[in-house]
Design a protein around this ligand. Structure first.
Ligand code: IPE
Ligand code: IPE
Ligand code: MG
Length: 251
């Protein structure tokens, strides 16, 4: 396991910078976008995939180190079968089309989530893409697919137990390296498009001290200017991490 450092908003006070080091996004609202335009839901998903490039490029330009996108939750299997298979198809197509260019742009691609449920071709493409881009350092793009925050915590505990049979106590510091996002700082900024104000089992552990931004804009309409608005909002936040406001302004 590669583990480059221990980043924890509860064990220490993270550095705060103007540009978020890590942005995590729930790309929600594709279905409602399609409905609004009298199109089938899948058309919304296709448009949604189209938006990803623009936001990735904007983040690279801004110097954001980590962008994490929630693409498919562990609960999204509950959707109609044809929608699920279309989403899988779009995932395959996106990997086939975009990985080479991401690699050229110095982007490291990671997929987090339980990949064992994906069909063999998709698993293969994921493996190839991660392998090809593993050493890129400009930005890490993490796509959460068949991901659930609870799944993540449980798989980390189980992996830790496997490595430490007989040990009785698990600490935050011990568990962190086993979580899917171990090599990224915790998100500074969380964005959810589509108007819902919930986490929907996304990065439960990592969002402990993240600034949460909710916008009614549907994901297929979320462009670079919207991202700038979210970051401008983020810059106004006072990040206290449990301290008082006065403590922040001493000296
Ligand atoms: C997000 O858009 C994409 C996925 C969950 C795969 P939705 O499909 O959830 O869109 P709404 O919420 O129905 O509008
Ligand atoms: C969350 O959106 C998951 C993704 C965007 C991938 P959902 O549309 O599945 O969330 P709920 O069901 O409205 O909470
Ligand atoms: Mg939704």
């Amino acid at each position: 396991m590669t583990f480059k450092g221990f980043f924890s908003s509860t064990a220490g006070i993270p550095e705060v910078s103007d540009v978020p080091r890590h942005i995590a996004v729930i790309m929600d609202g594709n279905g409602r976008w399609a409905k609004k335009h009298r199109l089938p839901r899948v058309a919304g998903h296709t448009r949604g995939v189209g938006r990803v490039n623009e936001i990735v490029e904007a983040c690279v330009r801004l110097g954001v180190g980590h962008l994490t996108l929630f693409a498919f939750s562990s609960e999204n299997w509950r959707r109609p079968e044809d929608e699920v298979s279309k989403l899988m198809e779009l995932f395959v197509q996106a990997l086939e089309r975009e990985v080479a260019s991401m690699h050229r742009h110095g982007i490291r691609l990671r997929i987090i989530g339980d990949k064992s449920r994906f069909h063999a071709r998709l698993q293969h493409l994921i493996h190839e893409a991660e392998h090809l881009t593993a050493c890129n350092e400009r930005m890490t793009l993490t796509v959460a697919a068949n991901y659930g925050g609870r799944w993540d915590i449980l798989q980390a505990v189980n992996a830790w137990l496997e490595d430490h049979a007989g040990n009785q106590v698990i600490t935050e510091e011990a568990l962190t390296p086993y979580l899917s996002m171990a090599d990224a700082p915790e998100p500074d900024l969380f964005i959810r498009t589509g108007g819902e104000q919930r986490i929907s089992n996304f990065l439960l552990w990592q969002l402990a001290y993240t600034e949460l931004y909710f916008t009614p804009t549907l994901w297929p309409d979320f462009d670079a200017a919207e991202l700038d608005r979210a970051i401008a909002w983020y810059r106004q936040r006072e990040r206290r991490f449990g301290r008082t406001s006065e403590q922040l302004h001493v000296g």
